[in-house]
Design a protein around this ligand. Structure first.
Ligand SMILES: [Zn+2]
Length: 107
């Protein structure tokens, strides 16, 4: 028995369940193989989405870093505060995406 996602509502269910205990959809006509395939597709999409987030965060961080490096905003200026804020937020975003990736891979 494996834990898979319901093909109708996406919640976790047993691959042997006859009906989904979340949305009540009958699963008798859906084979366990189909369930596992749907589950794999879903996981692949989620993995890709987390990857895209990490990539975007990294690009924004690099952009902000290069801006800081080349433009050298005046200390204490709004420009510098904004620059730091963007760098900090994108760094946090990147770390969160990486942690999500680690958690995701452990499942
Ligand atoms: Zn369901």
């Amino acid at each position: 028995m494996a834990i898979v996602s319901c093909p109708f509502c996406g919640k976790k269910i047993s691959s042997k369940a006859a009906t989904c205990n979340h949305c009540g959809q009958g699963l008798a006509e859906v084979t366990p193989e189909q369930l596992e395939r749907t589950d794999r597709d879903r996981q692949l999409k989620l993995n890709q989405s987390i990857n895209n987030h990490a990539m975007m965060a990294l690009l924004i961080f690099l952009g902000a870093f290069l801006y800081f490096y080349y433009k050298m905003p005046e200390p204490g200026s709004t420009e510098q505060i904004l620059n730091y804020t963007v760098m900090t937020l994108s760094a946090i975003w990147y770390i969160v995406s990486k942690v999500r990736m680690i958690i995701f891979k452990r499942q």
